[in-house]
Design a binder for this molecule. Structure first.
Ligand code: UTP
Length: 494
């Protein structure tokens, strides 16, 4: 495994650098106190003197990792008031490449793109990047989400399914696809332990890099004060998947990619077992069109589906969150009655390494818009831990798709929902969508489609799993020795 560095912002590094020149804990405490008093958050260290040396050290480490002036600004803009979202400028549906080419010229371009994408994979220019720093509260799994048993028969955990795809891509294209895994300080240690216990699922540990994203304090909704989780701990939560664009750089992952000659990052979320990490068509279209950050989309189920909407805002590629999308735009149709804004975002991207580097190396750094989420957060009130019955705190997050408008060029490729999108968001339950059960069914259905494409008859009721080491697309099954028929009562792993 490669080196691990805690992601820190410039201001955080400045505070940390100051602590390198001050040696005693008393000096560190004085520095931290000054930083907190300056922004009205001095209460966080009110009991610091009464803590053990170890506890004080722990609390100081956390305080020194936060950009307090930024937190103070955000309390004014996002906690003391709800930021108003005003969609301004010229808003038009974003153009996208359809899942199936529309005409012969486009079919030719798709062929060229597939060849270009395969070449990128053969040349070792592609890295896999999974964002796995979320808290997965809806699923309620008491471990990092990537450890969740997700496949239909083997019950292989999500991390294993991704690793198996990478092994297959290596075998297919003869080049390593190095894997970067963003965790959070909360789930970093158990994630690393899981990889170690499973021997990196057969991958070479030098080709896997795990690094934590940065955190933000949870803030009391009424008072605007940051919360303590314990006398020696801030109430912290990961700063959103948008934090990945800074963490990739601060961790040294971008430098590592450059050193390996990697130019493109295949970005995906930890909860989607159907992800196609090395899709040559997507990689190739992004490359041929000279895009910096590209996206996959799905046709929306209906006008109001709760997914982000791809749009051009003043000519810039953007995703408008469903909650910010005016109904009259969401429901707008063309002359044929089709939704104008029909391209929904599914958090699958290809991102150029140089783009992430340039964002971070710009003279003034970069920032993504912050989003406010109201959550129940347990806190230490100075005497005991309080578990609130209703949302009491604001958590602040940035979203990765908000980097799209910063691109010179960005493309969108439509994909087929059943083939590539089966997120595990919710705990199982009758009729619950995006659950482990729906994701398993989607995996089985796709496996059967791939098998029937290869001439295998799969009876209704059969249950099939295709291991990613066997196939990452239907064509991979073609030359294999497969059964002619899979009977209704069979459970088969191929
Ligand atoms: P979700 O928005 O589904 O959030 O994350 P979540 O935290 O996993 O789950 P809930 O909302 O608490 O139930 C989408 C993807 O972004 C990652 C998640 O790990 C998931 O892959 N993510 C989210 C991060 O890596 N960091 C974050 O701060 C937030």
């Amino acid at each position: 495994m490669l080196s691990i560095t805690l992601a820190r912002s410039t201001t955080q590094r400045n505070l940390a650098n100051r602590t390198m020149t001050t040696t005693t804990t008393a000096d560190r405490l004085a520095d931290a106190r000054a930083a907190l008093d300056a922004v009205g958050q001095g209460h966080l260290l009110a009991q610091a003197e009464g803590l053990s040396d170890e506890q004080r050290e722990r609390l100081l480490n956390e305080v020194e990792c936060i950009d307090w002036p930024e937190v103070a600004r955000l309390i004014e803009s996002h906690v003391r008031q709800k930021p108003a979202f005003a969609l301004s400028g010229d808003v038009a549906p974003a153009p996208f490449y359809p899942a199936k080419p529309a005409d012969d010229a486009q079919a030719e371009k798709y062929d060229q793109a597939r060849a270009a994408g395969e070449q990128l994979l053969r040349d070792g220019k592609v890295a896999a990047f999974v964002v796995a720093g979320g808290q997965g509260t809806r699923l309620g799994w008491d471990a990092p989400k990537g450890t969740f048993p997700a496949s239909p028969i083997r019950e292989a955990p999500l991390f294993q399914l991704f690793a198996e795809q990478l092994l297959k891509l290596h075998a297919k294209y003869g080049a390593v696809v190095p894997w970067y895994v963003m965790t959070s300080p909360i789930n970093h240690a158990p994630t690393v332990a899981f990889f170690e216990e499973h021997d990196y699922f057969g991958l070479s540990p030098e080709d896997v890099m795990l690094f934590p994203q940065a955190m933000m304090p949870a803030i009391d909704m009424q008072s605007g004060k940051c919360l303590l989780a314990a006398p020696d701990a801030l109430a912290l939560s990961p700063n959103g998947h948008g934090g990945s664009l800074k963490a990739l750089y601060a961790s040294g992952a971008i430098a590592d990619m450059k050193q390996r000659g990697v130019t493109q990052i295949s970005y995906f979320q930890v909860d989607n077992p159907l992800i196609d990490i090395g899709d040559p068509l997507f990689l190739g279209l992004h490359r041929l069109d000279g895009a910096q950050m590209s996206s996959k989309s799905l046709p929306k189920r209906d006008a109001m589906e709760k997914v982000g909407n791809f749009a051009l805002v003043d000519g810039k590629m953007s995703v408008i969150e469903y909650s910010n999308m005016p109904d009259e735009l969401a429901t707008q149709t063309d002359a044929d009655g089709n939704l104008e804004f029909n391209a929904g975002s599914i958090a699958i991207h290809v991102i150029a390494v140089d783009f992430v580097a340039s964002l971070n190396e710009g003279e003034h750094g970069f920032s993504l818009p912050w989003n406010r989420a109201e959550k129940k957060v347990s806190f230490f009130d100075g005497a005991e831990t309080v578990d609130p019955a209703s949302p009491n705190a604001v958590k602040l997050e940035t979203f990765v798709f908000d980097a799209l408008p910063m691109c010179e060029r960005s493309i969108v490729l439509e994909t087929v929902r059943e083939d590539e999108f089966g997120p595990i968001k919710n705990a199982p339950g009758d009729g619950v969508q995006d659950s482990p059960d729906t994701a398993k069914q989607l995996q089985v259905d796709r496996a059967k489609r791939w098998l029937s494409h290869a001439g295998v008859r799969c009876d209704d009721g059969s249950w099939v799993e295709v291991k990613p080491t066997t196939a990452v697309c239907a064509d991979d099954l073609e030359k294999l020795d497969l059964p002619a028929r899979i009977e209704a009562t069979s459970r088969v792993v191929i």
